[in-house]
Design a protein around this ligand. Structure first.
Ligand SMILES: *[C@@H]1O[C@H](CO)[C@@H](O)[C@H](O)[C@H]1NC(C)=O
Ligand SMILES: *[C@@H]1O[C@H](CO)[C@@H](O)[C@H](O)[C@H]1NC(C)=O
Ligand SMILES: *[C@@H]1O[C@H](CO)[C@@H](O)[C@H](O)[C@H]1NC(C)=O
Ligand SMILES: *[C@@H]1O[C@H](CO)[C@@H](O)[C@H](O)[C@H]1NC(C)=O
Ligand SMILES: *[C@@H]1O[C@H](CO)[C@@H](O)[C@H](O)[C@H]1NC(C)=O
Length: 277
C-alpha cells in the first residue's frame, strides 16, 4: 500500500518535472493573466508553444511562441516600474528542443553542454543569438522589457530569445522606448496591479536567411486594477519601420486593429471586465 502511494507520488513528480512548455492553456502560470484568462485563440498559429518562462527555478512571465516563424506571438506579465540593468547573457528555451530537457531558460553554451547537442538542434524551433548578429537594421526588441521590472531576477529573465523579435532600431530606441518608459509609468500610476500583454504581428520578410520573421507591427495592451477591480485599460501599436511612431488607443480599438491583421476574426486580449473604451 505504502509502495503504491510512493509510486504515485513519484509519478506525479516526474509528470510535473517536464511540463513547462505546456500543451493546453498556460496551466502552470495563469498568474500572469488577469483572472487567469489568456487572449483568445485567434492569435495562435498552428506550430506554436505555450511557454511558462522559468529562470532560477521560478516563473517570471508567459510567452506564446511561434515555432515556425521563430518569434513570440506575445509575452504576458505584471508591470513593475523599474530601471534597466542590461545583462549580457542571452537565453534559449531548452524545452523547445526536447520536453525532457530542463525547464530553466539557459545560455546556448550551457544547453548544448548539458544535453550534448549541436547548435543546429537548438536552431530548429527557435531563434539563436547568431540570427540577430547579421542584420544591423534590426535590434533584439524585447516584448517584455527589463524596464518593466523592479528586481534583478525578473529583469534577467526577460533576456531570453523567445521574448525577442527583430525590431526596427529607430523604433526600439525611439517611440517604443518612450511608450515603455514614460507612457506606461503615467498610465499605470494609480494602478495596484497592471497586467500587460505585448505582441508582434508577423510580417512578410525575415532576417537570417529567412529564419526569423520581421513583424509588421508591435503592439501592447494593459489592464489596470485598482484594488481587485479592473478600472481602466489601454493599448498601443506601432508599424515596425522607420516611421518611429506609436499610436496609443483604447483596448477596444487595439483589438479591432489586430482583428484586421488576423483575417477579420475577433481578437480578445483580456477578460471582459477590462474596459474596452
Ligand atoms: C535563485 O534562487 C535562490 C533560491 O530561491 C536564491 O537564493 C538565489 O539568490 C537566486 N539567484 C539569483 C541569481 O537570483
Ligand atoms: C515592485 O513593483 C511591485 C508592483 O508595482 C510593487 O508591489 C513592489 O513593491 C515593487 N518592489 C520594489 C522593491 O520596488
Ligand atoms: C555526445 O554526442 C555525440 C554525437 O551524438 C556522441 O558521439 C558522444 O558520445 C556524446 N557524448 C556523450 C558524453 O554523451
Ligand atoms: C544594477 O546593477 C548594479 C551593478 O551591476 C547592481 O549593483 C545593482 O544591484 C543592479 N540593480 C538592480 C535593480 O538590478
Ligand atoms: C511604414 O509602413 C507603413 C505601412 O506599410 C507605410 O505606410 C509607411 O510609409 C512606412 N513608413 C516608413 C518610414 O517606411
Amino acid at each position: 500500500m505504502l509502495g503504491l502511494l510512493l509510486l504515485q507520488v513519484l509519478a506525479s513528480c516526474l509528470w510535473l518535472g517536464h511540463s513547462e512548455v505546456v500543451d493546453d492553456f498556460f496551466k502552470n502560470c495563469p498568474q500572469f493573466f488577469f483572472d487567469g484568462i489568456p487572449p483568445n485563440d485567434v492569435l495562435r498559429p498552428s506550430n506554436s508553444a505555450l511557454i511558462c518562462q522559468v529562470y532560477n527555478n521560478s516563473y517570471h512571465f508567459a510567452t506564446l511562441y511561434n515555432k515556425g516563424k521563430r518569434i513570440p506571438v506575445y509575452s504576458a506579465y505584471i508591470y513593475q516600474r523599474g530601471k534597466c540593468n542590461r545583462s549580457s547573457s542571452w537565453f534559449v528555451e531548452p524545452q523547445l528542443i526536447s520536453s525532457s530537457f530542463s525547464k530553466n531558460m539557459d545560455t546556448q553554451v550551457c544547453v548544448r553542454c548539458q544535453n550534448n547537442i549541436s547548435l543546429d538542434q537548438i536552431r530548429e524551433n527557435q531563434a539563436v543569438t547568431k540570427d540577430y548578429d547579421a542584420d544591423k537594421n534590426y535590434h533584439r526588441g524585447h516584448l517584455n522589457p527589463c524596464s518593466h521590472h523592479n528586481n534583478t531576477i525578473d529583469k534577467t529573465a526577460t533576456n531570453t530569445l523567445t521574448n525577442i523579435v527583430p525590431q526596427n532600431k529607430k523604433l526600439n530606441q525611439g517611440a517604443w522606448k518612450s511608450y515603455e518608459i514614460t507612457t506606461m509609468a503615467q498610465n499605470a500610476q494609480n494602478c495596484k496591479t497592471t497586467y500587460v500583454i505585448t505582441g508582434a504581428v508577423p510580417g512578410n520578410n525575415a532576417i537570417s536567411k529567412d529564419r526569423v520573421n520581421i513583424p509588421s507591427h508591435i503592439w501592447s495592451a494593459a489592464c489596470c486594477l485598482v484594488g481587485k477591480k479592473p478600472k481602466k485599460a489601454w493599448g498601443a501599436i506601432a508599424e515596425n519601420n522607420d516611421s518611429n511612431k506609436v499610436d496609443v488607443l483604447t483596448l477596444g480599438d487595439l483589438e479591432t486593429r489586430l482583428s484586421g491583421h488576423y483575417g477579420g476574426r475577433a481578437v480578445t486580449l483580456f477578460h471582459k471586465a477590462c474596459p474596452r473604451r
